[in-house]
Design a binder for this molecule. Structure first.
Ligand code: HEC
Length: 142
């Protein structure tokens, strides 16, 4: 029957979306429901994807740093280097579009925006980048 075939396709799509969509807190309520796992999504992203070069504390001394020609930036000094103001928009832009925007003529740092959006929808990618930008703000030296 036509409707049962249609239903099967719909159900298949729903299962696929459920299986491939990373689960991130969509609202504060949801974040509050699982405090241990999702309290700091930005920190989690950072430790997974960034610390290998930028170091656990953001100071640019991750395990890969010595093997690189270009020293990973000290992310904990972004506010200091910007007259005490955290340049959130710029940080977000580097994460989204890559190190080339720095004008160093370098693409040593890949554009993570592509990676993040390939694994989810654009809204999810945006939320993940926002969480990262906010997390890096918390590790600024005082
Ligand atoms: C493979 C090593 C590597 C990884 C992994 C990496 N970076 Fe970088 N990052 C660099 C290097 C090297 C630079 C300096 C690039 C340059 O000078 O052109 C840099 C520069 C930056 C800058 C610019 C800093 C400034 O002073 O303006 C930001 C912001 C940044 N990275 C954030 C991140 C975030 C967030 C992640 C994780 C999603 C990440 N990086 C992952 C190597 C890396």
């Amino acid at each position: 029957m036509w409707w049962s075939a249609k239903f099967r396709i719909l159900a298949g799509c729903a299962a696929l979306i459920a299986a491939t969509t990373p689960s991130w807190p969509q609202s504060n309520d949801e974040a509050g429901a699982e405090p241990a796992a999702q309290a700091e999504p930005g920190k989690d992203e950072y430790l997974r994807h960034c610390a290998v070069c930028h170091g656990l504390d953001g100071r640019g001394n991750g395990p890969l740093a010595n093997a690189m020609k270009i020293v990973p930036a000290d992310l904990s000094r972004r506010s200091t280097r910007n007259q005490g103001t955290y340049p959130a928009a710029k940080i977000g832009d580097v994460i989204r579009n890559g190190g080339g925007v720095l004008g160093h003529g370098s693409t040593a740092m890949l554009p993570w925006g592509i990676y993040f959006s390939e694994r989810g929808n654009p809204a999810v990618a945006k939320a993940r980048i926002k969480a990262l930008v906010e997390y890096i703000e918390t590790i600024q030296e005082k």
